[in-house]
Write a protein that binds this ligand. Structure first.
Ligand SMILES: Nc1ncnc2c1ncn2[C@@H]1O[C@H](COP(=O)(O)OP(=O)(O)OP(=O)(O)O)[C@@H](O)[C@H]1O
Length: 246
């Protein structure tokens, strides 16, 4: 099957348990299509972060199969995971910024690791900090920044490399509604202009209505339901022979 129609991520009967505890995710079978915008919702403890951890390769499933970018994650040797991770942008719930680096250097990190020319780094990071309203905090280090400021640095760092897939865990949890909307627009613009697949976990139901074309995946006690048909149909961005980037 054509890679686009086969999807970017495919879960087949996936389960996850921590240690010997009962499964926190059960029987997950779904496909994420390139260029689509997904919200993952569900009450606290429903398993959203656990599902995202499977997506950003921090956990392996206890059972079932996961394919990502055409590769089998379960049988893939550990040393090949970093190569796959480089295609992902991740906004962690607790930000995971480097505490001794400035906001500017945190955002610049993925570009510098990729060997980007320093002139380009300065321009891109400057533009990105401007977009998230943090130009004036460029030289601050995370311990001196508010939760909302740190969250915006984390988002800027995740999107600066224009990832194939952006995975964000409660990315608007620490900002006011105006900033939440602005950050969502940033994700949307990455989605529309660059074709990045976006997966945003949130328990804020108001956010869902703000992205009209989004698809909703709902977790309840580790099981998925599908109010918008996100899991059943290749969505609008996928048309046979369509031109969105892989
Ligand atoms: N590392 C872990 N070890 C053991 N149990 C865990 C671990 N991480 C999560 N859990 C359990 O898995 C279940 C799902 O947790 P998860 O963090 O995935 O939910 P969530 O929907 O993201 O919640 P929240 O919205 O509060 O962040 C919970 O019962 C939690 O206690």
């Amino acid at each position: 099957m054509n890679d686009r129609l086969a999807g970017q991520v495919k879960f087949d009967n996936v389960g996850l348990r921590y240690g010997t505890d009962p499964e926190v995710l059960s029987n997950l079978s779904f496909t994420l299509y390139p260029g689509s915008f997904y919200f993952l919702t569900g009450a606290s403890g429903a398993g959203k972060t656990s599902l995202l951890k499977l997506l950003y390769l921090a956990q392996r499933p206890s059972r079932g199969a996961i394919r990502m970018f055409g590769q089998d994650l379960v049988t893939m040797p550990r040393e090949r995971l970093p190569e796959l991770r480089r295609r992902l942008g991740v906004v962690f719930q607790n930000f995971r910024l480097v505490p001794y680096l400035t906001a500017f250097d945190n955002v610049a990190l993925p570009l510098r690791l990729a060997g980007t020319d320093e002139k380009k780094v300065v321009k891109s990071v400057g533009d990105m900090l401007d977009w998230v309203g943090l130009s004036h905090r460029a030289h601050a280090v995370p311990p001196t920044m508010s939760g909302g400021e740190q969250q915006r640095v984390a988002i800027a760092r995740a999107v600066i490399v224009r990832p194939k897939m952006l995975i964000a865990d409660e990315p608007t949890g620490n900002v006011d509604p105006d900033m939440a909307l602005k950050l969502l627009r940033l994700f949307e613009s990455l989605n529309n202009r660059v074709g990045t697949t976006v997966v945003v976990a949130t328990h804020d139901v108001h956010l869902l209505k703000k992205v009209p074309d989004s698809l909703i995946m709902r977790l309840h006690k580790g099981q998925l339901s599908d109010p918008t048909g996100a899991l059943r149909y290749p969505p609008r961005a996928v048309s046979p022979g369509g031109g969105e980037p892989e």
